[in-house]
Structure formats: C-alpha cells, structure tokens
Design a protein around this ligand. Structure first.
Ligand SMILES: [Zn+2]
Length: 581
C-alpha cells in the first residue's frame, strides 16, 4: 500500500518564498509581546510559549540540520508545450496549498508554534525556524520526533485527534458509540471534542480555507489542458476536495495517459496518524514522465500474478482478488507538497491506497528518478563502502537501487489485502492499525528482493547480477535504519536487520568493522522473514505483530557502530525545486 517519501526553507537563498507563513509575522527584532509572555506564565509547558533554554545537551540542532544534503533539482522542461507549462504552474501552486493543510494536520497549533519560534530571542533562532519549516513542526523527523522546541512529545494522533485522546479511550468511545464509528475512523475526517462527545469534522470543512483555493486551481488546470484523461482527473479531484469522496477521482488517476504530466495530489498516506493509522495526510507530487524509461520497466507488471503465486505462504492466503493493472511511470519530480516534504524523500510512490480501487483496478507506481539518482550518488554508494567488505561494496549499483525500488512498490500490491478476522471482513491495515505501516514497508522491501530473484529465474533480469542485488539491498537497509525507529521505513529496516542477522544472512567482522553477506543464508532468511510477515498480515494478528516488531526491530552494538561511522554522510537529501517553470 503505502508509498514511500520529503524542503522547506523560508527566506531561502534561491529566493523562493516561505511556504509556511507565520500568522501576523513579526517585523521587528522579535521582542516577546506582552500577551505571549502572559500566556507563557499561564502555560509553562505549552509549545506556544517560549521554553526554558536548558535543553537536552545531547541533541545538536546544527548537526541535525546537516543530516540533509541540500540539492538544487534542475529538471528538463524544454519539451513541454505552452499549455503543459501553464498546467504545471497551476499544479505547483495547488501543491503548495497541500503544505498549508499538512502543517495543520501534523499539529493543529503549528501556525502559533511557528510564530512563537520565530519571535524567540535565542541566538539560534534562525536555525530553529529553519528546522521547524523543514519538519513541519517542532519535532525532528530524523531524530525519532525529538522535540527541539519545548519538551512536549508529538501527539501520536498528530493534529487529527484531540491531543489528550489515548488509543484506549478512543477505542472505548467507538465501542460505546458504534453509530459514530464510520465517521470517526474515516480517512477523511478529523476528530474533535464537543463536551463529552467526540465529533467527526470532514476534511472539506476543517481545511476549507486551503482546499477550496486548491480545488479552484485544479479546475483552472482542467480547463487549460487538452488531454481528456488529465482533465477528468483534475475535475474529479477538485470535486473531491469539496465533498470528501475520492473514489471516482482515484479511478480517474489510474487512467491518466498520453500526457507527460503525472500528478498525485490529495490525502493519501496514514503514517502521520500514529494513534490509529487511519487518517490520511495531504500531499502532492508534481512530476514529468519519461516515456522511454517507463516503457522499459513496464514489462515487469505482467508478472504480478506470478509474483503473488511465488509468495512463500500457503495457497489459501494468496490474494488473486486484486486488480493486476499496474501502470509504471518513471518520472522526474518538479515539486513536492505536504506530507512528502519533511524527513526522508520519497523515491517512489504507489497509489492509490484505497483498497476498493486496488481491488478493482490495481495501483500505479511512479519512480522519481531524479530523487533516486541524487540519493544513490550522495548516500547509498558511499555508504556501501562503510557497511560491506570491499569486494561486496563494489557491487552496490544504481540499477539495483532502482529495481529494488520498483519491486518494493509492486510488492505493496501483493499479499493479503481484504481479510477475515474473527468472522468479520476487514483489511490488513485496519486490523493491524498503527503497527501496519512498518511491517508493510518491511514486507515490500523483502518481497521486492524476492520478486527480483523470481525475475532472475525467468531470465528477465541477469541471474549473474545476484551480487549486485544483495549488496545493494544490504546497503539499503542501513540507509533506511538511519531514518529512525519511529518512522515506518526506518522501523521496517531495523526489523530486517535484526531478523536477518539472527538468521546468519550476514556476519560482522570486528577487525574491519564490515559485514559480509552469505548468499544462501540471505535467500533463506528473506524467505522466512517474508513468510512470517505475510502470515501476521493474513491473520490480521495485531498483538502478534506488536510482539514480532518488539522482538526483531532492534539494532545491535555492531550496527550502531557502523551507523556511527556514517556520521559524515547525509542521511537524506533536501531537494530544492524551482518556484515555477
Ligand atoms: Zn513502501
């Protein structure tokens, strides 16, 4: 299901304007206004107040900032017609509105917090503001959401639920008010308190201030394009912003064709909802498709049935119910918005997530080749030399980073989807709740390698390149664990490390501080791990998944040592896109 994802620089050197604007921006030397001082005294722990200077000494804001390498992204747009250029520029504007919505989805009071951050008198104020904007709030995505402003942890329910609502309280409320369950757990509502009651507020109402202008921009883009499929998608998506019914527009998105403009915009991922894994976050990817590269990879989608059949689980758990339509696009990103901006950048996405659309039609995979290429050169290639013995490190290969990414995305369409738990029909993501994001990401990683091995058996990919496959995979685990143990991909990577290490898939040499993978044990370990994860999903085993993650999703001192040796390498990139084309 879930794709995978994150630029933000107010007062940026390239002159782009800040996407998060403080309300009533302060214009002077930022003295603390009297009303804020008063509220600080009243609520000493509030994020909106100015926290005490005594912060955690171990956390280094400047070092955290340096974890992302800033890379200006030049995209070739010369081949676009004047009409296409106009459409793209409208989409860029709509994209920026997704960031406004997501800022509030992450934390309802974020605009006020940013104002407090921007008006504080600490010497590192500018750095704090920049980190706030990069992270869409005062919690560091690359440090397990460590608060760098105040000490309040980020609410598990982000801005989607009342801040004090616990999972247990919410579930008890749902049990007592079954008539409200559908609305309160909808992917397209926020939950608010109304006295003792909980009420569901539709996104179209809660975020109207930004969704209505975004809908107008999509309507304008629809009116400008001469491509019927793009016009249909944009019109339906504009309607969905006003009605919260995304189904028809998701179907239309699957049918985009004969246009280089590949745009995803709307509420998609549930990663930010760590309370229930139910609420979708707004984001956008504005991309331009590469027709030649897209065609080269399209052949693999014809094997989706074979890949499902090849999963290492009993026949009864395999899922042939889904649509196997799977458009594949290789594209260059020219803008991101909302959920995909903070933290690690998405190299590919696989949408939509709506299981009804996936079963009716399948899902589309979009590989962001310029983002992927930048990460390979700046991170994965140099990382390989720190993780693996030299002979294996030399095998780390961009081709396999791209293939593993593609097959990771294809694998989100494999395995259990709609399942029956205790006689009730449900879906894996509903049954596994907040546990599902990390295990689903790990499943997609491991199944992706498993699928490539199948393609090697079938002669579609040279079997002689197995060393490149495994070396790139092992280096990739270390790339992802650096995202942290809270972020779904980071946690999923820690699971793969812990499990495969225990199976002897790789060994550590204490003298050289490098790993050597074992070809046969790697293949066996991948099969066992994939089997175990798929069965937890097939059974919708929430408690089992929790225990499985607790047992295996851990790093040992050797891994911590290797990760420490990567301190000078960026954790990820922060692409800077042009304001318009
Ligand atoms: Zn994924």
């Amino acid at each position: 299901m879930l794709p995978c994802f994150y630029l933000f620089l107010p007062f940026a050197p390239n002159g782009r304007k800040p996407r998060v604007r403080p309300i009533n921006p302060p214009d002077g030397p930022y003295p603390m206004p009297k009303f804020l001082l008063a509220s600080a005294l009243l609520a000493a722990t509030s994020l909106v107040s100015v926290p005490a200077l005594a912060a955690e000494p171990a956390y280094d804001l400047a070092a955290q900032k340096a974890k992302l390498a800033t890379i200006p992204m030049a995209v070739d747009t010369k081949f676009l017609s004047a009409e296409e250029r106009d459409v793209v520029n409208l989409l860029i504007k709509a994209s920026d509105l997704m960031s406004e919505v997501y800022l509030r989805q992450r934390y309802a009071e974020n605009p006020q917090v940013r104002r407090a951050v921007s008006m504080n008198r600490r010497a590192d104020r500018d750095l704090l503001v920049e980190m706030f904007d990069r992270n869409f709030g005062p919690w560091d995505e690359l440090a397990d959401l460590h608060p760098f402003w105040g000490t309040t942890p980020m609410p598990e329910g982000a801005g989607f639920y009342p801040e004090d609502l616990t999972r247990a309280d919410f579930e008890a409320y749902l049990a007592a008010h079954p008539e409200q369950k559908a609305a309160l757990t909808s992917p397209y509502t926020v939950v608010r308190r109304d006295g003792a009651k909980l009420v569901a507020v539709p996104y179209s109402v809660a975020y109207k201030e930004w969704l209505e202008p975004a809908a107008k921009l999509l309507d304008q883009a629809a009116a400008r394009t001469s491509n019927a499929s793009l016009r249909k998608f944009l019109s339906l998506r504009a309607k969905a912003f006003r009605t919260d019914d995304y189904y028809e527009s998701e179907l239309a998105w699957m049918d985009l064709k004969d246009t280089p403009i590949e745009v995803a915009i709307g509420p998609y991922e549930v990663y930010t909802d760590r309370l229930m894994g139910a609420k979708t976050s707004f984001e956008s990817f504005v991309t331009l498709k590469d027709p030649v590269e897209s065609a080269a990879l399209a052949k693999y989608k014809n094997y989706l049935r074979d890949m499902e059949a090849n999963l290492p689980i009993a026949e009864e758990y395999k899922n042939f119910q889904r649509g196997f339509e799977s458009p594949i696009a290789v594209a260059e990103q020219i803008r991101g918005g909302g959920d995909n901006v903070p933290g690690p950048q998405t190299v590919a996405f696989n949408l939509p997530n709506d299981e009804r659309v996936r079963e009716a039609k399948g899902a589309k995979k979009v590989i962001l080749s310029n983002v992927l290429g930048a990460k390979f050169e700046r991170i994965l290639k140099p990382m390989g030399a720190l993780v693996l013995v030299p002979s294996q490190a030399a095998q780390v290969d961009r081709k396999y980073m791209q293939l593993e990414t593609l097959f990771h995305e294809l694998s989100h369409s494999l395995g259990p989807g709609t399942i029956v738990v205790n006689g009730q029909t449900t879906t894996v993501d509903k049954a596994l709740k907040e546990q599902n994001s990390a295990i689903e990401e790990a499943k997609a990683d491991v199944a992706g390698v498993w699928d490539i091995l199948l393609m090697m058996q079938k002669g579609e990919i040279p079997a002689a390149e197995r060393p490149q496959l495994f070396a790139t995979y092992v280096a990739g685990i270390f790339r992802a664990v650096r995202f942290g143990a809270v972020e779904a991909h980071g946690k999923g990577a820690a699971l793969q490390y812990g499990y495969l290490r225990a199976k002897g898939a790789f060994t550590f040499d204490a003298a050289t501080k490098r790993y050597t993978y074992d070809d046969a044990k790697m293949e066996a370990g991948l099969r066992d791990l994939l089997h175990d994860m798929l069965m937890l999903q097939a059974k919708g085993d929430y408690e089992g998944t929790k225990a499985f993650m607790a047992r295996w999703a851990k790093l040992d001192p050797e891994a911590e040592g290797v990760i420490a040796s990567m301190a000078d390498l960026p954790v990820d990139i922060r692409p800077v896109y042009p304001e318009g084309i």
